[in-house]
Design a protein around this ligand. Structure first.
Ligand SMILES: Cc1cc2nc3c(=O)[nH]c(=O)nc-3n(C[C@H](O)[C@H](O)[C@H](O)COP(=O)(O)OP(=O)(O)OC[C@H]3O[C@@H](n4cnc5c(N)ncnc54)[C@H](O)[C@@H]3O)c2cc1C
Length: 575
């Protein structure tokens, strides 16, 4: 496997010219934090990702995490040390609340850092990523006392967090969960049940694990309305914050998976485990929704991270591998495959899609930042709608693209891509989970069509379409097709609209990607003249953005018939 190089210039470009970091720097909450030094911070994070975390990736894939006879999970060689360096540098605290030890940076800066950590080793990155979900949940819904007890150690990374939602009969249908929580005389609860597919549910990298568990109290209403959220620590914590005895929650099995082998995916058994209620009983689902946007954005980021890693590896391979001849090849010699037009096409396609994804994800994160901290309430509301509209697209479109780009990375390698030795296949295997978890991509498409399009009578989508108009003729065509598809979806609610939801999401993803690349094309053209020292970078950016606009974006309007075919095109739906 070729080494990973943090794409710092591309990241800085997306932060400044697509996501609008300079606008965030004007917001009072961040005007003093030193966002003008963001590039130094990114360079430091890039070093950690490249030199410390990336070297653990191959070994992690080959050995995986293992469950020993005592029920402890042993992580692959090098993981504990890499994790210590991650938390030692404060990298788990970047965007967390300073009141609990966080550095208070905007989410978009954190997202840029997490992109590099994830590219370096996706399986490893899931551990701090799940902690972020726990931090987000407790920050939004924990009591004052709970925040003080749990947040500082989660933010510093000495403890990690998990999310325990899924049960065998309750996957997409979370409301079907049956784990039960019984109130105790001392105000705590005891929980019984089994959770499956729990990412980093047990491991040896941190002193404690804080599980966020969804369960049902006695006589709770059926479905999602009867779900409550509990904190269930691996080790009990006393009032002084000291770690106590082991709680009755344990890992009883690890899944054998297609990819992310080093990320322990645990079957967790709760056998009368002590838990603390978060908020009130039956508020679990709305509480989950507040952290879902961020979690979905971070899973979307996995699509980009794997695409970038696969692209870098494909570029390195294509420069080395020699096959066939070009008109100027010396007699008897073979040309590097990167000189063949079809291989160049694949490399440029991978690069263009990765850049479009990065723009979309950073833009989405910056909208969430504006929604959280902009001083003007109307601006906050508009930014919140923009972030909510883009989130299912970021999650589903980017994770689908991640799989596609990683697959193309294998194609560039030819037969050696199908052989594990090169490592090209690991990126594809690792990327394959992201369209499935954190709400499958099918569920994201339903969310987009059924909940996000009707928001505020369609105003957020209308504002986005207007902003995307007038920059490029192919983009205008795609925007027009989206407007037509949206009208059709509004006129055909129910099964007809649901049948077209996934192609509609793909169409919107491709088009927002086109908007980003049209902006990149314009910016890069202007900066080539003013920054001649980076002329190669600006020329490469113009090449990839033009390629996207001319060769990838036109597939968006072509999806219109798929969006508008209706449910009857799928045959009989009920048995
Ligand atoms: C490696 C891994 C890590 C995971 N980590 C965690 C974790 O940390 N915590 C946690 O709680 N869970 C976790 N999960 C669980 C994950 O979130 C679920 O697998 C996911 O939500 C899908 O549920 P399911 O597997 O039951 O699939 P199902 O819900 O059975 O879905 C099967 C198919 O049917 C479709 N489908 C289902 N319902 C509908 C519907 N109403 N309309 C249209 N289509 C539908 C789906 O889109 C999918 O294509 C993890 C899973 C894996 C594999």
């Amino acid at each position: 496997m070729s080494p990973y190089n943090a794409p710092l210039h591309d990241i800085a470009f997306a932060l400044r010219h697509i996501a609008g970091l300079d606008e965030l720097a004007k917001i009072p909450a961040w005007s003093e934090i030193g966002l003008d030094h963001t590039e130094d911070l990114l360079a430091e994070a890039g070093r950690l990702a490249t030199e410390v975390i990336a070297p653990t990736n191959r070994m992690g894939d080959q050995t995986g995490s293992m469950l020993d006879d005592n029920g402890d999970v042993v992580t692959p060689e090098g993981f504990r040390q890499a994790y210590q360096q991650l938390i030692g540098g404060g990298w788990t605290a970047v965007s967390a609340d300073p009141e609990h030890g966080g550095a208070g940076f905007p989410l978009v800066v954190d997202v840029a850092i997490q992109e590099m950590v994830t590219s370096a080793n996706m399986a490893f990155s899931l551990c701090p990523m799940l902690s972020q979900s726990a931090i987000g949940t407790l920050s939004a819904h924990g009591s004052h006392e709970q925040k003080h007890r749990w947040l500082p150690s989660l933010i510093s990374g000495t403890w990690t967090g998990t999310m325990l939602l899924t049960e065998p009969q309750a996957g997409s249908d979370v409301g079907a969960l049956t784990t039960r929580a019984e109130p105790q005389a001392d105000g705590t609860y005891r929980l019984w049940g089994q959770k499956i597919f729990i990412t980093w549910g047990e491991h040896d990298m941190a002193d404690n694990i804080v599980h966020c568990v969804l369960a049902r109290t006695p006589d709770a209403p059926i479905g999602t309305r009867g779900i409550s959220l509990f904190i269930v620590p691996k080790l009990l914590v006393d009032d002084s914050g000291a770690l106590g005895e082991r709680n009755a929650i344990r890992c009883i099995g690890l899944e054998h998976k297609v990819g992310i082998h080093a990320s322990p995916t645990c079957v967790m058994e709760l056998d009368g485990a002590v838990g603390e209620l978060v908020g009130e009983e039956h508020e679990g689902m709305p509480q989950m929704f507040t952290m879902m946007n961020k979690a979905r954005l971070l899973v979307g980021l996995e699509g980009l991270a794997m695409a970038e890693r696969a692209y870098q590896q494909a570029v390195a391979f294509a420069a080395e591998r020699r096959q066939g001849r070009r008109p100027d090849t010396e007699p008897g010699a073979q040309a590097p495959i990167n000189q063949h037009p079809d291989v160049r096409r694949m490399l440029l396609d991978m690069r263009a899609r990765s850049e479009a994804m990065r723009g979309l994800l950073y833009l989405n994160a910056a909208a969430a930042d504006q929604a959280a901290r902009h001083p003007d309430p109307i601006h906050r509301q508009q930014a919140r709608h923009r972030a909510e509209l883009l989130t299912p697209v970021s999650k589903a479109w980017c994770t689908d693209q991640g799989v596609e780009v990683a697959s193309m990375g294998i194609q560039v390698h030819g037969g050696m891509g199908f052989v594990e030795e090169t490592g090209a296949a690991q990126h594809w295997r690792d990327s394959r989970i992201a369209p499935i978890y954190e709400g499958t991509n099918g569920i994201q498409a339903i969310d987009l069509v059924a909940r996000k399009l009707p928001m505020d009578n369609g105003a957020p989508l209308a504002a986005l379409l207007e902003e995307m108009t007038g920059l490029d003729k192919n983009l205008d065509q795609a925007v027009g097709a989206i407007a037509e598809a949206t009208r059709w979806l509004e006129e055909h609610p129910g099964d007809d609209a649901l049948a077209g939801a996934t192609p509609f999401l793909q169409m919107l993803g491709l088009t927002v990607g086109g908007w980003i690349m049209a902006r990149a094309w314009g910016t890069a053209g202007g900066l080539e003249a003013t920054e001649p020292e980076h002329a190669d970078f600006w020329r490469a950016k113009q090449l990839s953005s033009r390629f996207y606009l001319d060769q990838i974006l036109p597939t968006a309007p072509a999806l219109l018939p798929a969006v508008t075919s209706g449910a009857s095109a799928l045959g009989k739906l009920s048995s």
